[in-house]
Design a protein around this ligand. Structure first.
Ligand code: NAP
Length: 485
């Protein structure tokens, strides 16, 4: 079996632990390779490498740093099909989705390369004569990047691309479920010629590697995507650092009585069962007007029963496996809870086949405060909640702790605008599913989905920079602000 290594100071190296862990194909339960089960000492070495490289990297003009990003984007494009197939093997989602994951990485490197010629600060008048005032965006220094497995190329790229163009050096810990995809990304970054030490990757567990990155004082910024519980732990333990958190969701699609039902059904199926329900933006609640609840249910159940489970590499497959055994058990547990909280209309059990598969599941007659309507399941489980009007729909939509994505299907502009105004979420779609972010728009959520940072778009730059305010006094004498004589 192939053994993969950490990437520190421009070299592929073994962990000091001399131990490894396996990455499994969730469709076959077979190992894809052994990865370094790293230690705190490996993290320290990566931090030292990053600290050494960062001053020179931040001194390189941003448009020059951007040239590396253009090259990374080109190499990703060249290897797109290979990367997508390998990703499907490692985390299970179907090939058309892993192609989308690679495309997102290509797009974000290209977009952020463009930022190399912007990195805008702002200029503003001073209150005094002969004085210039403006701001600049400066790198943070050494940043820790910690990522989950559901977008194993796109999410690291959403962080690494802006971190690099802004002049930071990186210590990257990928999810232990997808270290192979992460290794392939770092290999491409190496091939693009990034100077040694600017990016370092350390694989291994949350306890040894993850926690050390979060708590180490030399790491000045953290960009984390993952679960709310981990996010909470990070807020309590990271110390004084710049922190970006992208956490969970419990996203709803509202379907009003005037909606185009066929369009809504397509959006719901894609949002609920795409990536086997394992997206932070996945739709796990349908809030439907009572007049059309029955019609929607029939169409949804019909469409859900057409979905074919299988290995994501096979063309006929619509829904791949869950990421691992624990995820399969967790989904099963929620399906059991759902049987007590609502009425099962399809699915509800593990599929009888090799791999971590679970049948796409729908519950109806679910109360808004039921556990399956409140907690993030991160599997193919959908709850239908019936409401009497738009006000109630929005109240139910907002009655959760998370605030990531949301959607309303309606032909009525007034209803659409009220939903946009009143839904508590970072993202609202009209007549489209809860998923489908584009890299030039900011992405992120409110409430317990995060701490206010946004990724992608121009706001993605803010997460990886500090603002420097500059005053230049060319009056030739001491001038005091606030009118002090
Ligand atoms: P997770 O358990 O929080 O793990 C995410 C990453 O953090 C992994 O690399 C994990 O390492 C590491 N980690 C776990 N505990 C840590 C700790 N105490 N200190 C430092 N690192 C730690 O989340 P997940 O199960 O991989 O991902 C699913 C979650 O991510 C869902 O809640 C989903 O909604 C969320 N998500 C959010 C977004 C968004 O943009 N808002 C996007 C995608 C996913 P190991 O793998 O080694 O355990």
């Amino acid at each position: 079996m192939k053994e993969y290594q950490n990437y520190i100071h421009g070299k592929w190296t073994n962990s000091k632990s001399r131990k490894t862990f396996d990455s499994l194909n969730p469709a076959t339960e077979k190992s894809l390779g052994a990865f370094q089960l790293s230690t705190k000492e490996d993290v320290h070495e990566a931090i030292r490498a990053a600290e050494k490289a960062q001053p020179k990297w931040s001194g390189t003009p941003a448009p020059k740093r951007a040239e590396y990003l253009f090259e990374i984007s080109r190499l990703l494009k060249k290897n797109k099909e290979k990367l997508a197939e390998s990703m499907t093997e490692e985390m299970g989602k179907v090939l058309k989705e892993t192609r989308g994951d690679v495309q997102e990485a290509i797009d974000v490197f290209e977009y952020m390369a463009g930022e190399g010629r912007r990195l805008f600060g702002h200029t503003t008048p001073s209150e005094l004569r002969h004085k210039l005032a403006f701001t600049q965006r400066r790198p943070i220094g050494v940043v820790g990047v910690i990522t989950p497995w559901n977008f194993p190329l796109a999410i690291p790229s959403w962080k690494i691309a802006p971190a690099l163009v802004c002049g930071n050096a990186i210590v990257f810990k990928p999810s232990s479920d997808t270290p192979r995809t992460a290794t392939q990304l770092v290999q491409i970054i190496e091939e693009a010629g990034i100077p040694e030490g600017v990016i370092n990757m350390v694989t291994g567990g949350a306890q040894e590697v993850g926690k050390e990155i979060i708590t180490h004082e030399k790491i000045r910024g953290i960009s984390f995507t993952g679960s709310r519980d981990t996010g909470k732990w990070i807020t309590q333990n990271a110390g004084i650092k710049k922190i970006g958190l992208e956490l969970g969701g419990k996203n709803a699609i509202i379907v009003m009585e005037d909606a185009d039902l066929d369009n809504a059904v397509e959006g719901i199926i894609w949002g609920a069962f795409g990536t086997t329900g394992q997206r932070c933006t996945a739709c796990s609640r349908i809030i439907v007007h009572k007049n059309i609840a029955k019609a929607l249910e029939e169409k949804l159940v019909h469409a859900t029963k057409q979905l074919r489970l299988g290995n994501g590499l096979e063309k006929r497959t619509d829904v791949g496996p869950l990421i691992n055994k624990a995820a399969q058990e967790k989904t099963f547990m929620y399906a059991q809870i759902g049987r007590r909280e609502g009425r099962l209309v399809c699915g509800g059990k593990k599929a009888e086949m090799e791999g971590y598969f679970f049948e796409p599941t729908i519950f109806k007659n679910v109360k808004p405060n039921a556990r399956i309507a409140q907690e993030e399941i991160f599997g193919p489980v959908l709850s239908m909640i019936t409401v009497k009007d738009l006000n109630e729909a929005i109240r139910v939509c907002n009655g959760i702790e998370y605030g990531l994505s949301s959607s309303i299907y309606t032909q009525n502009i007034q209803r659409a605008m009220l939903a946009i105004e009143q839904i508590e979420a970072g993202i609202t779609y009209v007549n489209s599913s809860t998923i489908g972010a584009e890299v030039h728009l900011p992405f992120g959520g409110i409430k317990q989905t995060g701490n206010g940072t946004r990724e992608a778009g121009i706001e993605g730059i803010h997460e990886f920079t500090e603002t420097k305010t500059v005053y230049i006094d060319y009056s030739g004498r001491l001038q005091k602000a606030q009118g002090i004589d």
